[in-house]
Design a protein around this ligand. Structure first.
Ligand code: C2O
Length: 536
């Protein structure tokens, strides 16, 4: 009988296959395409079909870009970079919308007067995906106009490419040539990404995987202790949702990441940026051109998630999510605003699509007079703590760290039986009070890794990754949690479960040496707990 673990593994393979489909389809220079007939569906009425004359811009994987397209991209970016910082269509103005560098950041501190919409990126809440979609949409319009101006072709139908990490290396065009003639190159990245030696990968399979996020059905959770909230599910940790935690109003940095934001989003940032690169620091990240193609992929994965259906929906029950206005600038430098309701169908509302990803399972906001979607009440549940480490605080650096989680005798049998049976109650490992001391580390977490065993993220002891990009690093705390039921079950099957729990934290991709290695303390956490939930 195949174990639960191996079923997981084969699912992983399926998602890898889906991710490859866009690569197989060839890109064309103009990228001007009509959406495939019938590819746009909507579950609600009131949607207007796109005007016939509207172009749908197709975003393709960067590897399918022709030499001409790369050249056009480089010219457009170089033109934006030549504009003064106070011009909303300039490279730095756009990057500062994400974050404004302060002293101590990975890039030089800003010295210009602060401008409209600067420092407004949304991290660590359920606004993460929507805010970044609008950010990319207007950036793409600005870049398209810049490409048209720089190439002298006013009809150039430019669309932003995306990077799906499947080659495990930074796209060639972003690292070669490694000099100022290449506007896609920045030196402020990990050397193993800009200049990989044989056998080195900028991003490995585990780090690039969005498999865990794709399995999740709820878009968002209600904050801890809140029995209900508009449009999101109560009694879940943020890591059990695709899109993150409910918040009544936008906030630049909140600490609770939905699974897609944690991985692959945060992980890719830290892998490319390392301890000192721009991509690891939210205040500097959007200066690196790879930021934009990374985010196009995250935006694409949002649609891939929706397309799986089975109850996956955006949180239209939350007025905060649907009506909060985000401010940006268009290609003319004119201030513009958009809300969650304005961006639900990328084809009909925003005139773009991703190659190989039909726009399905889209719901639009209700028109006035139409009923609002009902929120699904969550069953009342109670968190039961089964085991906890001392709350003394632990620091993670470049060396592996082991943390014992003593299991009281009374909890031992319960853990054993929860892992054995196919009950809905799951075992979760919660790493609490995570804070960022220094940018740049990604950590692998292992359950009961035997002494002397080489940590292997593809092996049976691996639980998941921790990466704290999207934390400003000014003292806010978050937690990360993992479902460890399958890992616990496989320990039992191999007769390695003796009632003891020990966690091992290992710097992910610890191949770095010298200048690439991370400082002694990158991340701290307060304690680790094992919990389960019981329906009341
Ligand atoms: Cu707002 Cu990938 O960052």
């Amino acid at each position: 009988m195949p174990s639960r673990v191996s079923r997981c593994r084969s699912l992983r393979g399926l998602f890898a296959l889906v991710a490859l489909i866009p690569l197989v389809l060839a890109g064309c220079r103009g990228q001007e395409q009509e959406p495939a007939p019938g590819s746009t569906t909507s579950a609600t009425t009131g949607e207007q079909p796109p005007p016939q004359s509207q172009t749908t811009y197709t975003r393709v994987e960067i590897a399918t870009f022709s030499a001409d397209q790369i050249e056009a991209l480089r010219k457009g970016i170089a033109l934006m970079q030549s504009r003064p910082t106070t011009n909303p269509t300039s490279w730095i103005y756009q990057a500062n919308i994400h974050g404004v560098p302060v002293p101590g950041d990975n890039c030089p501190a800003n010295t210009d007067p602060v401008q409209a919409a600067w420092d407004t990126c949304q991290h660590g809440s359920f606004f993460f995906l929507a805010w970044h979609r609008v950010y990319l949409y207007y950036f793409e319009r600005i870049l398209r106009a810049a490409v048209q101006e720089a190439t002298g072709d006013p009809n150039y139908q430019f669309a932003l490419p995306y990077w799906d990490y499947s080659t495990h290396q930074l796209p060639d065009s972003f690292r070669m040539p490694a000099d100022p003639s290449n506007s896609l190159y920045v030196a402020q990245r990990r050397a193993l990404c800009n200049n990989p030696q044989p056998g080195q990968e900028c991003v490995n399979d585990t780090q690039a995987s969005s498999q865990q996020a794709m399995t999740l059905t709820p878009f968002c959770n209600c904050p801890d202790g809140q029995a209900s909230c508009d449009g999101c599910t109560a009694n879940l940790t943020p890591d059990e949702t695709f899109g993150g935690e409910f918040t009544p109003q936008p906030e630049h940095f909140l600490g609770q990441f939905g699974e897609l934001e944690s991985q692959p989003h945060n992980v890719i940032h830290n892998r490319v940026g390392g301890p000192t690169g721009w991509m690891s620091d939210p205040d500097c990240a959007a200066r690196d051109p790879i930021f934009w193609v990374h985010h196009a992929n995250i935006d694409r994965l949002w649609q891939v998630w929706l397309n799986q259906n089975s109850g996956r929906l955006n949180p239209l029950g939350s007025t905060a999510w649907t009506t909060t206005k985000f401010t940006f600038f268009d290609e003319k430098g004119t201030k513009v605003e958009m809300t969650g309701c304005d961006i639900l169908n990328m084809v009909t509302q925003l005139n773009y699509q991703y190659q190989g990803v039909p726009v399905q399972n889209v719901q639009l906001c209700a028109q006035p007079g139409q009923p609002k979607p009902e929120a699904t009440p969550a069953p009342a549940e109670q968190i039961q703590e089964l085991a906890a480490s001392p709350a003394q605080g632990f620091a993670l650096g470049s060396k592996p760290v082991k943390v014992a989680v003593p299991v009281p005798a009374s909890a031992r049998d319960r853990i054993t039986s929860l892992a054995e049976s196919a009950q809905p109650e799951r075992l979760r490992l919660v790493i609490e009070g995570l804070s960022l001391v220094h940018h740049g580390g990604v950590y692998e977490v292992y359950l009961n890794l035997p002494q002397g065993q080489k940590p292997d993220p593809k092996g049976p002891y691996f639980v998941g990754l921790i990466s704290l990009f999207g934390h400003a690093g000014h003292g806010e705390e978050s937690s990360r949690s993992f479902d460890i039921t399958d890992e616990m079950h496989s320990l039992q099957q191999r007769h390695e479960w003796s009632g003891k729990v020990e966690l091992t934290f290992v710097l992910s991709g610890g191949e770095e040496t010298g200048a690439e290695s991370v400082p002694a303390q990158v991340v701290r956490f307060r304690r680790a707990r094992i919990i389960t939930r019981q329906q009341e």
